[in-house]
Design a protein around this ligand. Structure first.
Ligand code: NIG
Ligand code: FE
Length: 411
C-alpha cells in the first residue's frame, strides 16, 4: 500500500467502488466494497478499503458516500453533438419505407443537416447544441468527443470545431475534437470526390491542425461516403500532421475500412455491423478499439449485428458511444446505449460499463489519464444512488449521479 501523509483536497468515504481497473479490486467491475478515495490537485492520490485508510491523511473536505457506488466519470467517445436543425421528416420517410442510403442519394441525410448547419451563426450553433451537452453531463459524462462533419467547407467545419472549443470553455468537461471533413461529398464537388478529398487534405486539415482545433480525423468509409483510397489519403495527411485517426467503418457494408485503419494505428473504428473475419483479425493484431454504436443500429432498424462474440473472444476492447447525431442516433443518453448494447448486442452490464469508461478512454487515447479509478488518474468520478453497478445498464428509471467530480472539482 502506498504510504501517504499530510493534507489532501478531498476524501470520499463509505462508498463501494467500481474501479473498472482490471488490475484493481475484484470481479468484473474491479470492485472495492466499503472503500474510500483520496483526491489531491485533481488527481486520485489513494484508494482502498476504508479499514486501510492511512490515518495520516488530513483531508480539507470530507464526503460521506452513504454506501453509494462510486464509478469513473462516463466517457462518450463518438458524438456529432454540434449541428443545426433536426431530421424528424426523414424519420417519417424511413418509417414509410425509404432507406437511409436512398435519402442520402437524393440529397437529404447528412446534406440536409449540412445545409441547416451552414445557415447557423457560431452563436446559434452553440445555443442549439447546449441542451444536448447538458443532457450528457446530467448523466455523469466527464469526457466526450465531438466531431465536425456537418460543414463540408472550411468555414463551417471551423465554425463547428470552434463551437466545440467554446463549449469546453463554458462547461467543466473534457472535449476531444475530431475533424470529419470527409463525412459526405458536398454538392459543390458532385462527381469529383477525389478533388474534394484533395481540398480536405490540403486546404482544410492544415488550417485545423494549425489552430489546434482537432486532435484526430475521422472518415466515413462507405458506399455513400468515401472509398478506401480516398480514406487512405486523409489518413496519410492526418498522420503527417500528428493527428490521431478514427473511422466510421463497416456500418452499411463491408468496405474493409477496418483493415486500412488498423494499418494506420487508428485509435478506433466505429459502427462495425458488417465487420468481416479479416476485420476482426486486423483489430486483434492492433491496439485499435472497436466502438459499438447501438443507437444507430436501433434507429436505422438495422438487422445485421456487429460480431460481438468474435470481438470478445479475440480480446478486442469494445467501447460504446451515443453517436449523437440528428440522422441515425438522436440520443443523448450513454446509459440508454449501455442498455441497448446489452439487449441488442449481448454485452454484459460490466462490458457495457467498461465500454463507456476504460475502453472509451482508450478510443480517445486518454487511457493513461481517465476512464478508471486508479492512483495517478484524473479524479473524474460519479457517485450513484444504486445498489449495484449493473443498475447503470439495467434501470433507466431516472437515477442521476448524486455527485460528479471532474478533475477533482465537484460539478
Ligand atoms: O455515425 N455514418 C455516418 N455518420 C453518422 C450519421 C450522420 C447523419 O446521418 O447525419 C453516423 O451514423
Ligand atoms: Fe457517427
Amino acid at each position: 500500500m502506498t504510504k501517504i501523509t499530510g493534507p489532501c483536497d478531498l476524501l470520499i468515504t463509505h462508498v463501494h467502488i467500481a474501479t473498472m481497473d482490471p488490475s484493481g479490486g475484484t470481479g468484473s467491475y474491479g470492485e472495492i466494497p466499503d472503500g474510500a478515495v483520496a483526491i489531491d490537485q485533481g488527481v486520485i492520490q489513494w484508494l482502498g478499503a476504508l479499514t486501510e485508510l492511512p490515518i495520516s491523511l488530513q483531508p480539507k473536505t470530507l464526503i460521506h458516500g452513504q454506501g453509494q457506488w462510486l464509478m469513473p466519470g462516463l466517457i462518450d467517445c463518438h458524438t456529432h453533438l454540434i449541428y443545426g436543425g433536426n431530421r424528424a421528416t426523414e424519420f417519417e420517410q424511413r418509417l414509410e419505407g425509404k432507406s437511409y442510403s436512398d435519402i442520402a442519394r437524393e440529397g437529404g441525410g447528412i446534406m440536409s443537416t449540412v445545409n441547416a448547419t451552414r445557415r447557423c451563426s457560431l452563436d446559434e450553433l452553440i445555443e442549439q447544441s447546449r441542451p444536448r451537452l447538458e443532457a450528457l453531463l446530467s448523466e455523469g459524462v466527464t469526457t466526450l468527443e465531438i466531431k465536425s462533419g456537418y460543414g463540408l467547407n472550411l468555414e463551417t467545419e471551423l465554425k463547428i470545431l470552434r463551437a466545440a472549443r467554446e463549449l469546453e470553455q463554458q462547461y467543466p468537461v473534457r472535449i476531444e475534437k475530431t475533424f470529419l471533413g470527409a463525412h459526405a461529398l458536398p454538392p459543390e464537388f458532385a462527381g469529383q470526390p477525389d478533388r474534394y478529398i484533395e481540398v480536405v487534405c490540403e486546404d482544410m486539415l492544415p488550417v485545423i491542425a494549425e489552430e489546434g482545433l482537432a486532435t484526430a480525423v475521422d472518415v466515413f468509409c462507405e458506399t455513400i461516403g468515401f472509398n478506401l483510397s480516398q480514406t487512405e489519403k486523409v489518413f496519410q495527411r492526418a498522420q503527417s500532421l500528428g493527428l490521431g485517426i478514427k473511422l466510421h467503418g463497416e456500418q452499411l457494408s463491408d468496405s474493409q475500412g477496418t483493415q486500412l485503419a488498423t494499418a494506420y494505428d487508428a485509435l478506433s473504428v466505429d459502427h462495425l455491423e458488417y465487420l468481416s473475419e479479416e476485420g476482426v483479425k486486423a483489430l486483434e493484431n492492433s491496439a485499435t478499439v472497436a466502438t459499438l454504436l447501438p443507437g444507430a443500429f436501433y434507429f436505422l432498424k438495422e438487422s445485421q449485428l456487429p460480431p460481438v462474440e468474435k470481438l470478445r473472444a479475440s480480446g478486442i476492447p469494445m467501447a460504446l458511444a451515443t453517436d449523437l447525431n440528428p440522422g441515425t442516433s438522436p440520443f443523448t443518453s450513454l446509459r440508454l446505449m449501455m442498455n441497448m448494447a446489452c439487449t441488442l448486442f449481448g454485452l454484459t452490464p460490466s462490458e457495457a460499463l467498461a465500454g463507456v469508461t476504460r475502453h472509451s478512454a482508450r478510443a480517445l487515447g486518454l487511457h493513461h489519464h481517465t476512464g478508471m479509478i486508479k492512483t495517478g488518474y484524473a479524479a473524474d468520478l460519479t457517485l450513484w444512488p444504486v445498489n449495484s453497478p449493473a443498475a447503470l445498464a439495467a434501470c433507466l428509471t431516472g437515477e442521476h449521479p448524486s455527485l460528479t467530480l471532474y478533475n477533482g472539482e465537484v460539478r
